[in-house]
Design a protein around this ligand. Structure first.
Ligand code: FVH
Length: 296
């Protein structure tokens, strides 16, 4: 039930690395694309490819069915769009700027006050992946706007996903997934420092690192999800007591290999706290209770 996209005119506000990739994807699929950027020179490459360069934000949004904004942060979005509420009235605004859930909900309320149909989005891809089938983009907000423009939005990423009318959810999923990214990178960097202390190259270790994630960490996630959702932390596999010993061993091995254990210490502290509170027989998943209730 999505509207045909061939003629959907889009405007992209913000031509940083990501905004340029977004505009480029629309142009590549034949959408009439208008662009605006605070520093006008960033529009040159796109206008050479057929985009219409606008001199002002008002001009950029005046003919668009769909206005995409992708700037550095929430503050910039409001600086740029606040003066344009009259021009944006009745249009669909899609905000792909990274924000917090609270900022996204505040922007949605601001849009509603001004009669602007609003979708908040979170791009889980780097610029070169924009437009590719695997590019994941979360959306939340007006379901009518999403169903009207789903096909056009799919130009930006094949794995486009609508999370419902709550505009805070895309940002929430975004930051949650980024946490996984950084924790994974941190674990890998620590591992590379350890094996590197004996001259093992990152390349030589790579198959074991990826194999470990695919065959151990990833299959563990469904079990973790079940335990967390049911708040049932009994385990027949690996208790916090066992993991307490294991991480102490890893920290000690790091010291003796001349590698800083600093990336692991917060996890070790969390395990120690949970065990000290009498939960040593629980599964690792029970650490979530320490995060949910950090003050007690
Ligand atoms: N690049 C990436 O890998 C990530 C992937 C996931 C999501 N993000 C988010 O996308 C937003 C934009 O990121 P970006 O990579 O395009 O960032 P920059 O290349 O630094 O471009 C920033 C643009 O914002 C404009 N801008 C900043 N402040 C203002 C302002 N006060 N008024 C008007 N425009 C402003 C800036 O303009 P200029 O400096 O070129 O004049 C750029 O167009 C971001 O939320 C990421 O988290 C990207």
């Amino acid at each position: 039930n999505t509207a045909p996209t061939a003629g959907t005119a889009v405007t992209v506000i913000g031509l940083g690395m990501m905004g340029t990739a977004l505009a480029d994807a629309f142009l590549g699929q034949g959408h009439p694309t208008t662009v605006w950027n605070r520093s006008p020179h960033k529009a040159e490459q796109l206008t050479a490819r057929g985009a219409t360069g606008a001199a002002t934000v008002g001009e950029a949004v005046s003919d668009a069915a769909l206005v995409i904004v992708c700037l550095s942060n929430d503050e910039a979005v409001h600086q740029v769009l606040e003066p344009e509420t009259e021009n944006l009235k009745g249009r669909v605004l899609v905000n792909l700027t990274s924000s917090t859930p609270e900022e996204a909900r505040d922007t949605a309320a601001w849009a509603a006050r001004h009669g602007i149909e609003y979708l908040d989005g979170a791009i889980m891809a780097i610029p070169p992946l924009v437009g590719q089938p695997q590019a994941l983009i979360f959306y939340g907000g007006s379901s009518r706007a999403y169903s009207d423009h789903e096909q056009t939005l799919r130009v930006l990423g094949g794995a486009t996903t609508f999370l419902g009318e709550d505009t805070g959810l895309p940002s929430l999923y975004d930051v949650a997934l980024l946490g996984i990214l950084w924790a994974t990178v941190a674990g890998n960097i620590h591992a590379l420092a350890l094996v590197g202390s004996e001259g093992v190259t990152a390349e030589a270790f790579l198959p074991y690192a990826t194999g470990w994630l695919n065959h151990v960490a990833v299959p563990f996630l469904p079990r973790l999800a079940e335990e967390v959702d049911q708040k049932q932390y009994a385990t027949e596999i690996s208790t916090l007591n066992v993991n307490r010993e294991a991480i102490a061993h890893l920290v000690s091995a790091s010291h003796s290999q001349g590698v800083s254990p600093e990336l692991l210490l917060p996890v070790q502290a969390l395990i120690e706290r949970r065990v000290a509170r009498g939960h040593g027989s629980d599964s690792l998943s029970s650490l979530i209770e320490e995060l949910r209730d950090p003050a007690t």
